[in-house]
Structures are given as structure tokens and as C-alpha cells.
Design a protein. Sequence first.
Length: 87
Amino acid sequence: TKKAAAFLKEKKIYVPSQKEAEEMTGLQAGGISPLALVNRGFQVLIDQSAKERGQIVISAGEWGLQVRVSVDDLIRLTGARTADIAG
């Protein structure tokens, strides 16, 4: 979280609990997808290493349902920014 906070120019960030995430997004845990957050005021941040993979599997917005998308398409669709935030 320190790297993400630094990239976002925030003093501190935290990962919300399941309950908090559900309350903030209006979505059920397991179905919280960056695609479901489009135009809802959330920033999407993806570790830059994802671009090395080409494709990524994310929640399709329903518990237990996933979709494989190209990382470039996910970035374009969500307006995501990439940064070195993992590890």
C-alpha cells in the first residue's frame, strides 16, 4: 500500500474490509470488478507488471464469474493508470 499511496500522492491508503468494500461499491464481494466501477467515481490502479502478461482474468461483476480481457483493453475501458505498486 505504501507504493500505491506514493503514486497517488496520498499520505496513507488502506485496503477496506469486505463489508466496507461492499458498502462503498454497492457490489457483493467476489463480484467487485473494475468494469463495474466505471463512471462511479473510483480510480483503477493496476500494477505495471500486468502489461507483461497481455491478458488478465478479472471478476465479471457476479460472484464466481470471471472474464479474460487484454490488459490494454482493461486500461482503456476503465481509465486505469499503471504503476510499480506490487511487492
